[in-house]
Design a protein around this ligand. Structure first.
Ligand code: CP
Ligand code: NVA
Length: 315
């Protein structure tokens, strides 16, 4: 099996680095990887001898483990590098780190506080750089998310997807671009002062006008929840925003996903969350543990989609 040809050697910092055909092909390949996995073909020798370095400035469970297991199952290997243990923490510039690492490894996945660190890394490293989450985007999550939506709900163009909470959330930004590119309808229920990054929103609107998709920002959570096929939320306090905790909880509490909100959705709606979740804040225990919750399938799909991304970029 081969990956998506046009992605070989490229960076993936944003969903906007992909065109619609590439995103669709990545989703197809992710679903194929999952099918193969369940047929017993977990280990594929596509990336023999390839090494992926993971530079993490923040905590991670799913992204780190799915990337490390993915490259292992593709025949390659990985190096986990906490930024605290690199000379980066002692002030070595990102551009120097980039020019050294490119001489040892075949690709870098990085989780950073500031998106511009990723841009700098990508600019100076001649090898592919993959965004493993920044303050602006989380493209690996969005690829797994649209894969999950298509796996469980088929034609995304016929769906109403509703996101509740922080409208400037990194996971939402990537989801917004992906849903808009694929022609779905996304309702973002958020408070004033928490609207999406204007540039990303504008780009998503452009994608939507090409694909027949729709993006709306609404203040009323019930309007977003009404007849929704997918109900999605993420934490109100992302990594790096801890000092704003009290204010954010106060401002966003109206957007909690609870039994009342989901009662407005379609009966067979699915609940999604990138995880980790803060039960009792953005979502109640009842909803995340309900029969409609797709969060474990969504988390599993991080592995299958990571395999598709790595096979395509490093293949
Ligand atoms: N969803 C996600 O990226 O989880 P981690 O922070 O555990 O990687
Ligand atoms: N918005 C969250 C996502 C974690 C996967 C954060 O940035 O902390």
């Amino acid at each position: 099996m081969v990956g998506v040809e046009s992605l070989r050697g490229r960076d993936l910092l944003s969903i906007a680095d992909l065109n619609r055909n590439e995103l669709t092909a990545l989703i197809d390949l992710s679903l194929k990887m999952k099918e193969l996995y369940y047929k017993g073909f977990r280990n594929l020798n596509i990336l023999n001898g390839k090494v992926l370095a993971l530079i993490f400035e923040k905590h991670s469970t799913r992204t780190r483990v799915s990337l490390q297991v993915a490259i292992h199952q593709l025949g390659g290997t990985s190096l986990y590098l906490s930024s605290q243990e690199l000379q980066l923490a002692r002030g070595e510039p990102i551009k120097d780190t980039a020019r050294v690492l490119e001489r040892y490894v075949d690709g870098i996945a990085a989780r950073v506080y500031k998106h511009k660190s990723l841009v700098e890394l990508a600019e100076h490293a001649q090898i592919p750089v993959i965004n493993a989450l920044s303050d602006v985007e989380h493209p690996l999550q969005a690829i797994a998310d649209v894969m999950t939506i298509i796996e469980l709900k088929k034609d995304i163009r016929k769906l109403k997807i509703a996101f509740f909470g922080d409208g400037a959330d990194n996971v939402l930004h990537s989801l917004m671009l992906a849903v808009a590119m694929l022609g779905g309808a996304l309702y973002i229920a958020t408070a004033p002062g928490y609207d999406p990054n204007p540039e990303i929103f504008k780009k998503a609107k452009e994608y939507a006008s090409e694909s027949g998709g729709q993006i709306f920002i609404v203040r009323d959570p019930i309007e977003a929840a009404k007849d929704a096929d997918v109900i999605y939320t993420d934490v109100w306090v992302s990594m790096g925003q801890e000092s704003e905790r009290e204010k954010r909880i106060r401002d966003l509490s109206r957007y909690q996903v609870n039994s009342e909100i989901v009662s407005y959705a379609k009966k067979d709606y699915i609940f999604m969350h990138c995880l980790p979740a803060k039960r009792g804040e953005e979502v109640t225990d009842e909803v995340i543990e309900s029969r409609n919750s797709a969060v474990w399938i969504q988390a599993e799909n991080r592995l299958h989609s990571a395999k598709a991304v790595l096979a395509s970029i490093l293949g």
